[in-house]
Structures are given as C-alpha cells and as structure tokens.
Design a protein around this ligand. Structure first.
Ligand code: ARG
Length: 401
C-alpha cells in the first residue's frame, strides 16, 4: 500500500506546493489537514478545494475555533500567561490544537507520517513535533522546508511549472501567523530591531494615536472565564472576538518585542492581541480582589513557568498538566465584573465587583466604621523584623572584630 502523509495545510503558497513536493520526494500520498483556529480569511471549503487542486488525495478540514477558544485560550487567560512578560502565546497555543487534529486525521486516513511547513530555526517545528511524539508516538515527522529543501523561490517555480491553483505573484515581505487570540508578524524590514513597524504591518488594531471616543466595557467572569460582555451572555470565542473588535478599534494590544526562541536565537516579533490583552488585564484585576495574597503571589510564578512551558512546546507535558490543576484550583472564586475603559491603546480598569471578593471595606476604610485594630500592628512589626534584626546585630558584631 502506498504510504500516506498528513500535512498541516494553511492554504498558502508554501504548504500548497508542499503537497506535490512531498509526493515527488517520497512517493507518498498526501492528505491536507486545515484547522480553523479563528484566523479569518478564506473559507474552509475554498481551502479544501485548493488542497485537492494541488494534488492532495484527501482534505480534512476542521472548524476548531470554539475548541481553540475553550481549551487553549481560556487556560492561557486563567494563567495570565505572558511569555517574557509580553507575549500572550498566540502561535504557541495554536500548535497543540492543530497537532490533535493532525493525529486524528492520521488515524482516520491511515497515515504513518505528519508533515508541517515550519523552518528549522523556529519554535513551531518543536511544538508540532513534540506534540506529535506525545499524542502519536508511532508517527514520523517531516518538514519539507527544513528537510526537503523547499525554499520560497523553488516553491514559486514549482507552482508555476505545475500550474497550481495558487497565487505566486503577491509578495508579502513578512511572515504572519494569526488566530483569534492574536497575530504575529516577523521577518523582512523588522529584522533590523531599530526599525519601527510601519502602519501596514497591523491588521487587528487601529492606530492608537487617533482613537475614537473612549469605549467603556463591563466583562463578567465565572471561575476565571468571561461569560458576559455588557450584560450579554457570550461564549469564550464570542468574548475574544467582541474584544478583538472593540479593543482593536482603540489600538489596544500592540506588542513589539525581541524574544528568546527555544532554539537559542533572539528574534524580533510584532504582535497584536487586542482581545487577549484586554481579557488578561480584566482577569488579573478580578484575581486581585478574589485570590488570597499568598496564593496570588505563588500563582504569578506558576503563570510565568506555565508560559515558558507552553512557549517551549511542552503543552502535553506532565508538569504543564500539574500546573493546570493548580491554576484551575485558584480560579474557583474568580467570579465577578470588571469595568474597563478602552482608549488610545490602553485598557484601564476603573471598577470591580464580586460576590466572592476578599476586599473588606470595613478593614480598608480610613473613615468611621473601621474594624481593623491598629494596636495589633506594633507587635506584628516587631516580630516580622526580628529575624533580620538578629542578623544585622551579628553583622555589626563581626565587622567590629
Ligand atoms: N515567535 C512566536 C512564537 O514562537 C510566533 C511564531 C510565528 N510567527 C510568525 N510571524 N510566523 O510563538
């Protein structure tokens, strides 16, 4: 029987050419797998037809946008995950859901190998292949760009020679990856890290310098998940989309960073994640009133580690799973409303309320009705400073000798 390979298919030039390229190089039949993670653009049906037109024997297309929002974006939100303090893991969280569908398609169509269009320099090859190794340990991996010398120029020549139903003239100088959680743009002019991004780079966000009138929004959460916007019930996917639109119109969520890739390279990336950044800001502020201090401090570290694991392709790892359990436990009381103003590139919280809040007005107030016994503070401070005081006494003693 002819060997079969499932290919992670985007519908773009490189993966369209990869269908025939892999076929010629390996003699295998190629099954194109397209997964909708809310990236917008062409319909899945258009993409299916193109895959078949480019020589795929089968096309597997899946609308995974709700699955992606529920099972990948929401955990990222609960973790307030920002890699290196900046990046909300847009591409990193889309790979595991695509991997799930690749493995499912491989089983369905009897494939032995999984192919993806990543280069040998990035994080995504690692995320795909580590994910495949975990979910389908018997499956082999191949990357035509990395392993079969499929360069951009060769791709264009191949498409023209074979008359593939794909545009080869539209030259975009950037490498772009996008989904409902955000958008990532790199390469070209941006590789000079002193160059400011030009306007044409952005798509999810409007220029924050000339914003429309301020937009006040109330986001309601239940156990860490957004469930309503301005009182209207929403699914996680709808919440992200609505905030992409409203925060995006105000230029919220533009991020310009040089980040540490897993393969040891520092690289410049421009992100725009208006919905994600507005949601993370709101969620964090709700946690500030609903999570106990020590749990909150520890959770900040856990969230950071979680972000590193996910960035590094460890979505399906045991440690990531254990951290998920911790994070999930912290979300039990993260229920309530956050009011925020979206304006001029910023999302600023100006009100919060929650039935499960730990904010105690009577303890906090400086007005009458104060229930906090200030006389307890003296003794507390005495003991709190004791350890350092004893040590400093020793330091003085030793220095005097
Ligand atoms: N640097 C980001 C990451 O590793 C995004 C990768 C894809 N970016 C792109 N512009 N194609 O998660």
């Amino acid at each position: 029987m002819t060997e079969r390979i499932v290919l992670a298919y985007s519908g773009g030039l490189d993966t369209s050419v990869a269908i025939g390229w892999i076929g010629e190089a390996t003699g295998a039949e190629v099954i194109a797998v397209a997964v909708d993670v809310g990236q917008g653009g062409e319909s899945l049906e258009t993409i299916r037809q193109r895959a078949l037109g480019c020589g795929a024997v089968e096309a597997y297309v899946a609308d995974a946008s709700d699955e992606f929002a529920n099972e990948y974006c929401m955990p990222t939100l609960k973790a307030n995950a920002l890699y290196q303090g900046h990046y909300p893991l847009v591409s990193a969280i889309s790979r595991p859901v695509i991997v799930k569908h690749l493995v499912k398609a491989a089983r369905e169509f009897g494939a032995t190998t999984v192919a993806h269009g990543c280069t040998g320099k990035g994080n995504d090859q690692v995320r795909f292949e580590v994910g495949i190794q975990t979910l389908g340990p018997d499956l082999k991996c191949i990357a035509p760009v990395r392993d079969l010398a499929l360069t951009r120029d060769k791709a264009i020549a191949f498409a023209e020679e074979k008359g593939l139903p794909i545009e080869t003239t539209k030259k975009n100088p950037y490498s772009i990856d996008q989904n409902v959680w955000g958008r990532a743009v790199e390469t070209g002019y941006l590789e000079d890290i002193w160059n400011a991004p030009t306007k044409d780079i952005y798509d999810y966000t409007a220029t924050p310098e000339f914003p429309p009138a301020p937009d006040e929004v109330t986001i309601s959460f239940e156990a860490g998940v957004p469930v309503a916007i301005d009182g209207v019930r929403v699914t996680p996917l709808q919440a992200i989309k609505e905030l992409n639109r409203r925060a995006g119109a105000q230029g919220v969520g533009r991020i310009d960073v040089v980040e540490d890739r897993l393969v040891g390279i520092k690289s410049r990336e421009i992100y725009e994640a208006p919905g994600a950044m507005a949601l993370i800001t709101a969620h964090k502020h709700l946690e500030d009133i609903t999570i106990e201090r020590e749990q909150a401090r520890f959770k900040a570290n856990v969230g950071q580690r979680w972000a590193e694991l996910v960035y590094d392709g460890q979505w399906f790892s045991p440690l990531k799973r254990s951290l998920d359990a911790f994070i999930e436990d912290t979300q039990r009381y993260v229920t309530g409303d956050i009011r925020m103003v979206l304006h001029g590139g910023q999302a600023i919280v100006n009100g919060r309320r929650s039935e499960t809040s730990l904010y105690d007005f009577d303890l906090a107030t400086y007005d009458t009705g104060d229930t906090f016994d200030q006389s307890m503070a003296r003794g507390f401070i005495e003991l709190w400073g004791m350890s350092a005081k004893v040590a400093s006494g020793r330091d003085i003693r030793v220095a005097g000798k």
